[in-house]
Write a protein that binds this ligand. Structure first.
Ligand SMILES: Nc1ncnc2c1ncn2[C@@H]1O[C@H](COP(=O)(O)OP(=O)(O)OP(=O)(O)O)[C@@H](O)[C@H]1O
Length: 219
């Protein structure tokens, strides 16, 4: 089994304040693992996800992703990694209001090469059907409910068939039925493509269905 993430954070600071939960924090993740990150509000879960997703490099320590050192990647390589290898299902990755839900979901394809584009377009229907958003594809985000928008953010994160999915509270704001569909879809991606899944969640039942639970704590 290959190691996809080797992260060692010595310290992560915001302004001058150190985030104690991430002091001398180590995380190693193998390909295809399903990891849940839990912990009380404000402890640092989203910060950790941003570091893993190469969005935040402002920390002391070492980070290797797919065997490559973050420190040695230039901006172009970081952007390519984020677009091709990582699927973000982040709370703050807001949909663009002026685009339809379909255009929003297909946005990552603009940066894909032709081969990848054909491959992923075939899956568009499957994904939108699985999470029941076929009926809102032509709508604009502001005309959708919070749950519908959350499902569209998920579809956008999955469209490129990423090697790693980083999901921040993907089931918050969803009813039981839709929650189950989303967890099922994430786990199906994991099984079919050996996708590594890292989920931040407050829902212990959802967390327990992962291979490992990591609890962040203030120290
Ligand atoms: N850009 C930032 N600038 C300053 N402080 C920040 C920034 N981002 C996060 N923080 C602080 O770092 C701490 C951890 O925030 P983070 O969002 O990672 O927590 P969390 O565990 O994801 O919280 P929640 O469960 O409420 O989403 C908080 O105290 C937060 O105020």
């Amino acid at each position: 089994m290959s190691r996809v993430i080797e992260l060692e954070i010595k310290e992560k600071k915001f302004k001058n304040e150190s985030l104690s939960s991430l002091e001398n924090f180590k995380l190693e993740v193998n390909e295809g693992e399903k990891i849940a990150i839990i912990g009380e509000s404000g402890v640092g879960k989203s910060t950790l996800l941003n570091i893993i997703g190469l969005l935040d490099g402002d920390f002391s320590g070492e980070y290797n992703i797919f065997g490559l050192s973050r420190k040695e990647m230039c901006d172009k390589e970081l952007a390519s990694f984020r677009n091709n290898k990582i699927g973000f299902v982040l709370q703050e990755s807001a949909l663009i209001d002026t685009l339809s839900i379909e255009e929003n979901i297909k946005l990552p394809l603009c940066y894909a090469d032709n081969e990848q584009k054909q491959f992923t377009l075939q899956d568009f229907e499957k994904i939108t059907k699985a999470i029941r958003i076929e009926n809102i594809l032509k709508k604009k985000p502001l005309g959708c409910s919070g749950g519908e928008r959350a499902r569209a953010v998920l579809a956008r994160g999955l469209i490129m068939k990423p090697k790693i999915i980083l999901a921040d509270e993907p089931t918050a704001s969803l009813d039981e039925d839709n929650k189950e569909r989303i967890v099922e879809l994430l786990f199906k991606m994991n099984k079919k493509y050996n996708t590594t899944i890292i989920t931040v969640t407050h829902d212990l039942e959802v967390a327990k269905r992962h291979d490992r639970i990591i609890k962040l704590e203030r120290r």
